[in-house]
Design a protein around this ligand. Structure first.
Ligand SMILES: [Zn+2]
Length: 314
């Protein structure tokens, strides 16, 4: 990745300022939001941390008019898309694996619900044996850098070594726009919260737990990683930040977002992944898909149609 790509990928100063204002002016809700699914022998909890408004000024490859018309068609009566922020808890074979840790208190009152959701489900953070970070962005790691410290005191951290290398690099931080330099400090703080319990993985598929394997999805960040869960014939791909504005990026999968470190690679990875999910008819989940957060894709026109996972009764 060269400097130009880096700057394009992160040069969203005004958009971030706008976002900060939007978040600060939004209304906080005290709702507990989660969904539970059986995937073979595994139980997967989709845990909502809240939402973040994303406007057209944060996207590349779409006009404000196209954005407004897609939102209207999706019955979203707002100038900005309310983008969900989810974490996932996978329970399998006496293991408890938390995939991402929410925003904590770093992104305002529409977010930071994950601790109350975990508590409402009766799950002791100390019982989680493994935390996986899909990548080192604030909406995935903020939950371990609160003033109270990392609540997952017994968990090992699994994270791509390439994301560690990038986000702990003083050289990359020096090249980054001022508005993005704190993201590097945040990543270092999140890693620091796990002390010597960090177990990085490389670019090859790596087993995290029985049936749960890493799938590199590079572009959004260098080490951005999905998780493939396969159990008793059921398959679920947790595709993390494969898209951020579902209504838009399923209709127009080539649209990228300012947070992508490498726009071209993020686009290629998304096109390849969505094609695989639709062709193989597997269930997928995403960090930025509104609850239930899991569902299926079918080809539709130049893009895809999303069918949310059916509620599992009983
Ligand atoms: Zn994200």
């Amino acid at each position: 990745m060269n400097r130009r790509e880096f700057l394009i990928g992160t040069g969203m100063t005004s958009a971030l300022a706008t976002l900060g204002w939007s978040v600060a002016s939004a209304t906080a809700e005290g709702l507990v939001a989660a969904r539970r699914y059986k995937i073979g022998a595994a139980t997967v909890h989709v845990l909502s941390d809240g939402f973040i408004p994303i406007g057209p000024d944060m996207l590349f490859g779409i006009t404000p008019q196209e954005f407004a018309s897609i939102l209207e068609e999706a019955h979203i009566a707002s100038d900005a898309h309310p983008t969900a922020v989810n974490a996932f808890l996978v329970e399998i074979a006496d293991r408890k694996i938390l995939i991402d840790a929410g925003t904590g208190d770093i992104l305002g009152p529409t977010l930071g619900k994950l601790p109350s959701v975990i508590s409402a489900l009766g799950i002791d953070p100390a019982s989680i044996d493994t935390v996986v970070f899909t990548h080192l962005h604030g909406d995935h790691i903020g939950g371990v850098v609160s003033p109270a410290g990392n609540p997952f005191v017994n968990a090992a951290l699994r994270i791509a070594s390439s994301d560690i290398d990038f986000w702990t690099s003083h050289e990359m931080q020096a090249q980054a726009p001022d508005s993005f330099k704190p993201a590097f400090d945040l990543a270092r703080a999140a890693l620091g919260g796990f002390g010597d319990r960090i177990d990085p993985f490389g670019a090859n598929a790596t087993s995290i737990a029985p049936g749960l394997t890493t799938l590199p999805l590079p572009g959004h960040t260098v080490g951005h990683t999905g998780l493939m869960l396969e159990s008793e014939g059921d398959t679920l791909l947790i595709a993390a930040d494969i898209f951020h504005v579902p209504a838009v990026q399923l209709a127009m999968p080539s649209v990228t977002i300012g947070f992508d470190t490498d726009q071209d690679l993020a686009r290629q990875t998304r096109l390849r992944t969505l094609d695989m999910v639709a062709t193989d008819r597997i269930m997928m989940g995403g960090s930025h898909i509104a609850l239930p957060g899991l569902g299926h894709l079918e080809s539709a026109g130049d893009g895809y149609r999303w069918t949310p996972a059916r509620y599992q009764y009983g």
